[in-house]
Design a protein around this ligand. Structure first.
Ligand code: PAF
Length: 291
């Protein structure tokens, strides 16, 4: 909860406004933490804001449903936009500045500059959602340049996204440190996501096979299984155990590069994606070999 004496967040709708607010704080010697979001905020987002609050003097959150990261048949139009509730959540989480731009502010007429992280953007999620990561990398580059934060906070839930953003920031020499924070889960194990709101109670039950599959693999690894194909078989078996779940992929890959593996490695990540009804769910788990 916000303490009663905390000033409500400043809401900036233009780049000039958010820049001025950030610069005023930087001139006062304050560090800036940034949490980029598409709104429809849930406790996972709040945990990113809380971490930013702990590590930085000033917290900036952006709320922008980015059209360039949605495919033509995806849910851009129906993506939830609960403005008042989101602003309240940001205030309660201790945000100081909220950047709430329109599509025209972020993409003025004639916009034609895009950022692409080759080799990472077109595999896994990128193969299923062509153009998605080009949209993400472009908007995050713009947001990083506009906000000029010291650190930016992302959830591990979107594993490939955080890796692409990390790579993009490093290779473009953007001086914002990318911080990846743990996935927040509901008590039933489901990774928190704004899109979970689309699921009926029955679909949600079916969707639990994603987190169960990841737990099964990590337990199998902990129990001593070192055969990669058997670990992957466990993943697929669990994902296929639930009817009405259409599997897109279930793989165990190198945690740093997402490259396929031929045998177990010290740092791996299991990535899963499936459709339940019309909703796409993704989840992942880092798998480390004991030293
Ligand atoms: O993860 C999200 O919410 C979005 O992909 C992001 C990083 C805010 C870019 O639009």
């Amino acid at each position: 909860m916000t303490s009663p004496d905390r000033t409500p967040p400043h809401i900036a709708e233009t780049t000039a406004d958010v820049r001025a607010a950030v610069i005023a704080n930087q001139r006062a010697g304050k560090t800036i933490g940034f949490v980029p979001t598409m709104g429809a905020l849930h406790p996972g987002h709040v945990s990113l804001m809380t971490r930013a609050r702990q590590e930085c003097d000033v917290v900036v959150t952006s709320i922008f449903v980015n059209p360039t990261q949605f495919g033509p048949n995806e849910d851009f139009q129906k993506y939830p936009r609960p403005r008042e509730l989101d602003l309240k959540i940001c205030g309660e989480a201790g945000c100081d500045i909220i950047f709430y731009p329109s599509v025209e502010v972020m993409y003025p007429a004639g916009f034609r500059t895009f950022v692409e992280v080759e080799g990472l953007s077109d595999i896994l999620e990128g193969a299923i959602r062509p153009g998605h990561f080009r949209g993400v990398a472009t908007v995050v580059t713009k947001l990083f340049m506009i906000v000029g934060a010291d650190r930016a906070y992302f959830g591990q839930k979107d594993y490939q996204q955080q890796l692409i953003i990390r790579t993009m920031a490093r290779e473009l020499n953007i001086p914002t440190e990318v911080v990846t924070c743990p996935t927040l889960r509901d008590p039933d194990g489901m990774a928190m996501s704004s899109r979970n709101a689309y699921l009926s109670a029955e679909e949600r039950q079916r969707g639990l096979c994603l987190s169960r599959a990841l737990v099964a693999v990590s337990q199998s690894l902990a129990a001593g299984e070192r055969d990669l194909s058997r670990l992957e078989a466990t993943l697929i078996e669990q994902l296929s155990a639930s009817s009405g779940v259409e599997l897109d992929y279930g793989v165990i890959v190198d945690a740093d590069t997402l490259a396929p593996l031929t045998s177990v490695a010290s740092e791996m990540v299991a990535l899963v994606a499936a459709r339940v009804g019309t909703t796409r769910l993704i989840d992942n788990m880092l798998l480390k070999l004991p030293e």
